[in-house]
Every structure is written in C-alpha cells, then in structure tokens.
Design a binder for this molecule. Structure first.
Ligand SMILES: [Zn+2]
Ligand SMILES: [Zn+2]
Length: 187
C-alpha cells in the first residue's frame, strides 16, 4: 500500500470537514496545520446552536449567506477559543478563500495557504497575500489518494469494459462506459 503524501492527507481532512457543512451554497472545509500536525479544523456552518441553512434555507443579503461562518474563520476561531497559536501555521482549504477570510488568515499569521479548487479568486486577495509574504499554492485533491483499492477498482473496470466489447455490445455504449471510466478514475 502506498503512503499518502502530506498534502493529500491534510487536503483529505478538509474534504471530510466540507461534508459537515450546513450551508447549501458551498461546502467548504479548512484544516490548520503546524509542524505537520493538525491543530484545528472548520467548515461552513452557523454559530453553535443556531439554525442551519439546510433546515431553514440560507439567510441571503446582497447575494451572500449571512448565517454561516466560513470554514477558514471557524478554524481560526477554534484556535482562539482554545488558545492555540496560529503564527506561521499553514491552512488547507477546499476552495480559494473569500476576501474576508484572506484578510483574517493574513492577520492571524498564517504563512501558507494550500487550496484545492479555484473559487472566484479575488485579485485584491492575491495582492494582499503577496504583500504579506503568504505563500499560496493550489493543491488539487486526488480522491484516489484516500481510496486504498483505487488500482484494483480501475483494473476491474477495464476488464469489464473489454469483456462487454467481446460480447458485442454496441460501440456507442462501450464509448459511454469508457468516458465514465475516465471521469471516475483519471481525475
Ligand atoms: Zn447558508
Ligand atoms: Zn470566507
């Protein structure tokens, strides 16, 4: 079995956290890491004990949901709640942070932002990161990194498709399965 690389390990944690999001607009997860150790995590959600967007619908003002606290902010606030320093820490986020979160991350002393997906990357945020000397790097999440049977599944699919071709399934259908295979296994 292959060992999971650090970037994928921490990004996987953020992907898991995103699955806990309670806002239907965007599922985001964030993991704060210091010296290769996870010190905090957060996801898009309401304040503790508050109404959830998934139950009540989003509370939208000026095209933003005002009910939720963003994943990055929740992770930073978890640190402040428990008195954990964030200076020189790294953060792994599923999406490029919004402008407000970018400012908070800079101010909290985060030194590297790893993000998996571009999301309305604001030019002012990029400028602020540059000025503050924060390293920003895209680290696409590979689902295969957390699927220990990835290779076996892929091999089985290829065999099945080949068998279907031998059985005389119309080429058009075979091509459909091949395209689905590529979507699933070649991320
Ligand atoms: Zn919402
Ligand atoms: Zn944000």
């Amino acid at each position: 079995m292959e060992r999971i690389a650090w970037h994928q390990y921490f990004m996987a944690q953020s992907q898991l956290l995103a699955l806990r999001s309670t806002c239907t607009r965007l599922a985001v997860g964030a993991t704060i890491v210091r010296d290769k150790r996870i010190i905090a995590g957060g996801y898009n959600g309401s304040i503790a004990g508050g109404d959830h967007c998934i139950d009540e619908g989003c509370y939208v003002i000026d095209n933003h949901c005002v009910r939720t606290i963003h994943a990055e902010m929740n992770a930073l606030l978890q640190c402040s709640k428990f008195g954990v320093g964030t200076k020189n820490a790294d953060i792994y986020v599923t999406h490029f942070p919004c402008l407000q979160c970018c400012k908070a991350l800079i101010q909290a002393g985060i030194k590297t932002v790893y993000y998996a997906k571009d999301y309305k990357n604001h030019p002012y945020a990029i400028e602020l990161f540059e000025k503050a000397g924060v390293h920003v790097e895209k680290v696409p999440f590979q689902e295969s990194s957390i699927d220990v049977k990835h290779k076996e599944k892929a091999t089985l699919m290829i065999q099945l498709i080949e068998d279907l071709r031998q059985q005389g399934l119309p080429e058009e259908k075979i091509r459909h399965y091949e395209q689905e295979y590529i979507k699933l296994f070649n991320e």
